[in-house]
Design a protein around this ligand. Structure first.
Ligand SMILES: NC(=O)c1ccc[n+]([C@@H]2O[C@H](COP(=O)([O-])OP(=O)(O)OC[C@H]3O[C@@H](n4cnc5c(N)ncnc54)[C@H](OP(=O)(O)O)[C@@H]3O)[C@@H](O)[C@H]2O)c1
Length: 201
């Protein structure tokens, strides 16, 4: 299995249908068929409810839901039969972490999309599942909100994890490979939690 991460320069902030179509046309020149699509991009902004404004809310929802929705639509003709479509959710979709209102709602929505599409796309041989990370050591932890003042929230998130540490990107990558491969052939419209036990507290 060959994995390639693309950085699409000018298109990196694309969330609209026109940009998503341009991206799929660009991709189609490199690979006519896709065996695996992992929808990863995320805006992880965390804020108190009263601190949200409309443009920040729209940016988060565009990145976490609208962009993925139309990206999947645009790439659909390229997905092989069989293929695996994985959306990146979050354990936040299942817990009530303060300040995660918009983020958690966006992740709950994309996991719902995965469930629905798993039925809609099964005739095309496309398996759809969600991968739900818990707190993981990535640059996202410095992008939660307002920089230095985020430290209490970052500490709160670290303290949430029953196993006493953050997850690693390698652990998530292994879970993604599982979902991408035939090892998970019987998993359809489901979610894989890699959260160090957070959901169970
Ligand atoms: N880290 C965690 O604890 C954690 C927990 C649960 C779920 N997740 C999810 O895991 C996924 C990856 O996050 P991460 O932790 O690896 O965070 P990250 O390091 O901040 O990565 C987020 C990625 O999303 C890209 N991105 C953001 N907005 C975009 C847009 N509008 N268009 C295209 N790309 C965009 C970023 O690109 P640029 O670098 O170019 O901005 C970056 O590559 C996200 O969906 C996140 O919600 C993370």
């Amino acid at each position: 299995m060959r994995f390639t991460k693309l950085t699409i320069g000018q298109l990196s902030l694309a969330t609209g249908i026109h940009q998503q179509r341009a991206l799929s046309e660009q991709l189609a020149q490199l690979w006519p068929r896709l065996d695996v699509l992992y929808v990863n991009a995320g805006d992880v902004t965390h804020r108190l409810l009263e601190e949200w404004d409309e443009s920040s809310y729209d940016r988060l929802m565009n990145t976490n839901l609208k962009g993925p929705f139309f990206l999947i639509q645009s790439l659909l003709p390229m997905l092989s039969n069989p293929s695996s479509l994985i959306v990146c959710g979050s354990v936040s979709a299942h817990i009530g972490l303060p300040q995660s209102s918009a983020y958690a709602a966006s992740k709950a929505a994309i996991l719902s999309l995965a469930r629905t599409l798993s039925g809609e796309l099964k005739a095309k041989g496309i398996r759809v599942n969600g991968l739900n990370p818990g707190p993981t050591e990535t640059p996202a932890l410095s992008k939660l909100g307002n920089g230095a003042s985020d430290q209490p929230l970052r500490d709160e998130i670290r303290a949430l994890v029953p196993v006493g540490r953050l997850g690693s990107t390698l652990e998530l990558a292994k879970a993604a490979v599982f979902l991408a491969s035939d090892e998970s052939a019987f998993m359809v419209g489901s979610e894989l939690l890699m959260d160090g036990g957070v959901k169970n507290i």
